[in-house]
Design a protein around this ligand. Structure first.
Ligand SMILES: C[S@@+](CC[C@H](N)C(=O)[O-])C[C@H]1O[C@@H](n2cnc3c(N)ncnc32)[C@H](O)[C@@H]1O
Length: 278
């Protein structure tokens, strides 16, 4: 089959699915399988695909029809200019999370942050990126309760030559030191809203990474309360948040923290920073 026919047929496979852009995806899959860029596909659209490539291509399209995210099929996703391995059962990195990295890097530089704890590291994108992007050395400890996330973070740590320390821990359970900065992007979807998420997320991403309890704030409450025992004087607590949660989370923090809210590129509230008042 020619490249151009594979693209046309592929679009038919995906055309009625709510969660994908068939033109983008068919091109993305073929460029990945051929290890070529988009210009190659366009310039060589009369080229015959090898049988094995054609088979792989249609097998992937069948998986996509079932809603399996492309990141799990290819086992990777780009974040902040690097490619991270993504295992099934671990949350797929979101581009919105890059704003968390930006905020942390600025805070670290301005406040001479020496060490940092991440709660719920998933694939390890935030800790590893902060580690690799920091000019000054920072000791970073990253924890997650999920064994899949621990395995995934360790793979990325090794591949990207990072020095973070990774621990399996239920929140602060295995932590016995204090930090200048604690970061978390905890599960924050309201339990009742999980059934309304698109099928790719609802059926394929881990509930453990999504479910934030009845009001979405379960983990924020716990972390805000416990973090005060694990923060140094005037230390920072940084959260990635759901776009409609800034007010609730800020009010939970204001008694003990000086609070600031940062927006993402879509102008939605995305990161809350609290600095301990004592
Ligand atoms: C929304 S995901 C964030 C993952 C990663 N930081 C990112 O931004 O891609 C939340 C993470 O918290 C972890 N988690 C859930 N409950 C936890 C707990 N009690 N203790 C530690 N980690 C937990 C999940 O396994 C998941 O990896």
């Amino acid at each position: 089959m020619k490249i151009k026919d594979a693209l046309i047929e592929g679009r038919e496979f995906l055309k009625n699915l709510e969660y994908t852009d068939p033109t983008f995806e068919t091109r993305r899959i073929l460029t990945e399988l051929l290890n070529k860029d988009l210009y190659y596909l366009i310039a060589h659209d009369e080229e015959e695909l090898e049988k094995s490539v054609e088979e792989k291509y249609f097998n992937i399209l069948i998986k996509r029809q079932c809603g399996i995210p492309l990141q799990y099929i290819f086992g990777k996703e780009d974040f902040y200019g690097r490619t991270f391995t993504v295992l099934e059962n671990v949350l797929i990195p979101r581009q919105d999370t890059e704003i968390s990295v930006e905020v942390i890097l600025k805070l670290n530089k301005k406040n001479n942050i020496k060490n940092m704890l991440e709660i719920g590291c998933g694939t390890g994108i935030v800790s590893i990126t902060v580690d690799l992007e920091s000019e000054e050395k920072i000791d970073i400890t990253s924890v997650d309760i999920s064994p899949f996330a621990i395995k995934n973070s360790n793979i990325n740590k090794k591949n990207l030559k990072s020095n973070i320390k990774i621990l399996k821990s239920n929140l602060f359970e295995k932590i016995n030191e204090k930090f200048d900065l604690i970061y978390s992007n905890p599960p924050y979807i309201k339990s009742s809203e999980i059934e309304n998420l698109q099928i790719e997320v609802r059926n394929h991403e881990p509930r453990l990474a999504l479910d934030g309890g009845s009001d979405g704030l379960y983990f924020y409450r716990k972390i805000i309360k416990q973090s005060q025992n694990y923060l140094n004087k005037n230390g920072f607590l940084v959260f990635e948040i759901g776009h409609d949660e800034a007010e609730d989370i800020s009010s939970l923090m204001r008694k003990n923290f000086k609070v600031e809210i940062f927006k993402d590129l879509n102008n939605l509230d995305r990161v809350v920073v609290g600095q301990l008042k004592v």
